[in-house]
Design a protein around this ligand. Structure first.
Ligand code: PEP
Length: 233
C-alpha cells in the first residue's frame, strides 16, 4: 500500500501566497499527500472558507480567559481548523515556550479535536556537541506516550538557512525518535529548508512521512514541485 504523505505549508507571519485560492492552487489537498496550510491567524477563516485544510500556527489549551493576544484551541476547532503547530522553534525562541508548556498544548489540541504537529529539533551548538539525541529525548519526554499526534523533526540550524541534514541522517534521527514513541505508527515529518530540488530525496526514505515547509511554501510553483515529489512516491 502506498504511504500516505503529509505536507504542511507554514506561512508564518506572511500573507497568503499568490494563487492560494485559484482553481489549480497547489495548496488544495487531494488526499495523498495530505496538504495542510498554516496561515497567520488573520487568514485562517478565509482559507477555511475556500476549502483548504487549515491548521493554526499556535493555540492555547485554555478555553477562555486573560491571555491577551492568544487564541483558544477550542475556537480554532469551532472555526474549522484541523491541526495546530505545537512548539515550533520560533515559538520556543520568541515566546519562550518550554517543553512543559508545549506538552500542555499537545494534550489540549487532542482534547479539542485538533491534531497537534509537535515540533522538536536541536540547535547548531547541540548538534556540534553530539547532543542531538539527548535534546530530542528531553523534548519528547512528556509526550512520548501520546497517541494521535504528528511529529515534525526540525533541526533549528536547518530552518530558513538553506542547510539540511542528508536524507539518510534524517532517516536515522526519525528512527531514533520512533524508538522513543509508544505509538510506532506516528507520522514523523522532516522540516528545514525543504525545496522542490531536495524533497524527493527526503520522501524516498522509509522513515520520513512528509515535510513541514516554510520558505518554499510561500512560492506556489516551488511548493507544487514538492507536492509532485510526494505524489510520485
Ligand atoms: C519551518 O519554519 O517550519 C520551516 C521548515 O522553514 P523553512 O522550510 O523555511 O526552513
Amino acid at each position: 500500500m502506498a504511504k500516505k504523505f503529509f505536507i504542511g505549508a507554514n506561512w508564518k507571519m506572511n500573507t497568503v501566497p499568490l494563487g492560494w485560492d485559484a482553481a489549480d492552487s497547489p495548496y488544495i489537498s487531494t488526499g495523498n499527500p495530505n496538504i495542510v496550510v498554516f496561515p497567520s491567524s488573520l487568514d485562517l477563516c478565509r482559507c477555511i472558507e475556500k476549502k483548504l485544510s487549515v491548521g493554526a500556527q499556535c493555540g492555547r489549551p485554555e478555553t477562555a480567559g486573560a491571555f491577551t493576544g492568544d487564541i483558544a484551541m477550542q475556537e480554532l476547532k469551532k472555526r474549522g481548523c484541523t491541526h495546530v503547530l505545537c512548539g515550533h522553534s520560533e515559538r520556543r525562541q520568541h515566546h519562550h515556550e518550554t517543553d512543559a508548556d508545549i506538552a500542555l498544548q499537545v494534550q489540549g489540541a487532542l482534547k479539542n479535536g485538533l491534531i497537534p504537529i509537535f515540533c522538536i529539533g536541536e540547535n547548531a551548538d547541540q548538534r556540534e556537541m553530539g547532543e542531538t539525541e539527548e535534546v530530542l529525548a528531553e523534548q519528547l519526554l512528556r509526550c512520548a506516550s501520546v497517541k494521535g499526534m504528528i511529529i515534525a523533526y526540525e533541526p533549528v540550524w536547518a530552518i530558513g538557512t538553506g542547510k539540511t541534514p542528508t536524507p539518510k541522517e534524517v532517516s536515522e534521527t526519525h528512527a531514533f525518535i520512533r524508538s522513543l514513541l509508544k505509538d510506532k505508527k506516528t507520522q514523523i515529518l522532516y522540516g528545514g529548508s525543504v525545496t522542490g530540488n531536495n524533497a524527493a530525496g527526503f520522501f524516498a526514505e522509509e522513515e520520513i512521512d512528509g515535510a513541514l515547509v516554510g520558505g518554499a511554501s510561500l512560492k506556489p510553483e516551488e511548493f507544487r514541485k514538492i507536492v509532485a515529489c510526494a505524489k510520485k512516491m
